[in-house]
Design a binder for this molecule. Structure first.
Ligand SMILES: [Zn+2]
Length: 400
């Protein structure tokens, strides 16, 4: 095992520059969710060079891809997960340029020794984590069966804090669009001939605000009106809003969505308009933790000279589509610090950190620790079994 670890660490050191350059190139050309054509092409081309077989697009995601390397020997299947989308108007303010490069380097490093271990290493390029029209693509990879024969999955997220953290629980999230269709009319001459689709949206907005008092503290509901009419002198014929409905358990979100449906119905009744509510991206599941797998990561990061904060069971008030993966296979998404001082996520500071020297160093560190984690689990069937059992139990019992 030591030999495999030495060799993958050496691989990550020697090839690190290539992946750092890819991270910098993706940073310089930020692409928003579901438009990551350059990033998916660049990462998959590099993995092809490393000897992976490439499927692009994948999971009905035009910027999604899958990279496969199968040994001739039986053994576990590990999937590294890569994100590479940027934020509208900001760029790489979540460090996904580093995320994608780190997982890809980890997959390549692992591939350099896996023929002697057996099994299979894959990398899934999962676009749209920040949520575009087809966003939160990990839900698509799960739905299309990409995890059916996967034993466990790994990834690491850059952290805008001085500490390294282990995987955290987060919120399930339903991204919904609410539309109303009414009837246009001159707003001064004959408003009584119109049916006001904006009034319906305002009723929904206010009803959701009132509902906030009646929900548990883990619930988050927030939205914007994207289409509010065309001119002040026209009774709005069509309006559209977008909301996130989040909670610690997906069952809570499902109950919440059922209540919002009633609100939409009520607003349509009151205004005589036609209302509808539909998801505009994949449903994002809450993250189920598998602490045994996080522990393997923490031990390896420590062996590389870096501590992690103890795992917290507090629910973090955000969402990630890695939650969808966590419902079907054991998966970790710890974080590695890319900043010496705490900076805000999705900020200009984070954009700078995502191309900083510390950010670039984190690619080699993260890839090495990911490869080592995979090696530990792949070589120890009893450990893999224990991880799977813990995962199964937590899927049933966490977040209830
Ligand atoms: Zn992120």
């Amino acid at each position: 095992m030591t030999d495999f670890k030495e060799r993958t660490a050496a691989f990550a050191q020697e090839h690190g520059r290539v992946y750092q350059n890819i991270a910098l190139a993706i940073h310089a050309q930020p692409e928003v969710s579901n438009y990551e054509f350059f990033a998916s092409e660049t990462l998959s081309t590099q993995l092809k060079k490393e000897g992976f077989e490439i499927e692009l697009p994948a999971a009905h995601q035009r910027t999604g891809f899958a990279a496969y390397y199968k040994t001739g020997k039986p053994g576990p299947v590990v999937a590294l997960l890569a994100e590479y989308d940027a934020l509208p108007g900001l760029g790489h303010g979540c460090g996904h340029n580093i995320f994608g490069a780190t997982s890809s380097l980890a997959a390549s490093a692992l591939k350099s020794v896996i023929d002697e271990i057996g099994g299979e290493v894959r990398l899934y390029g999962t676009p749209g984590e920040e949520g575009g029209e087809e966003g939160s693509s990990k839900g698509s990879f799960v739905r299309d069966g990409y995890f059916k024969d996967v034993d466990f999955a790994l990834c690491v997220h850059p952290n805008g804090a001085p500490e390294n953290e282990l995987s955290s629980r987060n919120l399930a999230n339903a991204a919904m669009k609410i539309e109303f269709r009414g009837k246009p009319a001159h707003a001064a001459a004959d408003p009584y001939h119109g049916l006001n689709a904006l009034d319906a949206q305002i009723l929904v907005y206010n009803a959701i605000s009132m509902l906030r008092q009646q929900v548990k503290p883990d619930v988050r509901m927030h939205g914007i009106i994207t289409d509010g009419g065309t001119a002040p002198n026209v009774i709005p014929e069509f309006t559209r809003s977008r909301y996130y409905f989040r909670a610690a358990a997906k069952t809570t979100v499902q109950d919440l969505v059922a209540k919002i449906e009633k609100i939409v119905e009520g607003a349509a009744l009151q205004t005589g308009t036609k209302g509808s509510m539909k998801p505009y991206a994949n449903f994002v599941d809450n993250m189920v933790l598998t602490p045994k797998l996080d522990q393997v990561w923490a031990d390896n990061l420590k062996a590389l000279g870096h501590e992690s904060l103890p795992q917290s069971w507090e629910v973090q008030p955000g969402s990630s589509d890695v939650g969808n993966v966590s419902q079907v296979v054991p998966v970790i998404q710890p974080s590695i610090s890319i900043s010496d001082v705490a900076i805000a996520g999705h900020s200009q500071d984070m954009v700078e950190a995502s191309r900083s020297e510390k950010g670039m160093d984190s690619i080699i560190l993260g890839a090495t620790a990911l490869a080592w984690t995979a090696i530990d689990v792949m070589l120890d069937p009893a450990l893999l079994q224990a991880i799977k059992e813990e995962h199964r139990y937590n899927v049933e019992n966490q977040a209830k």
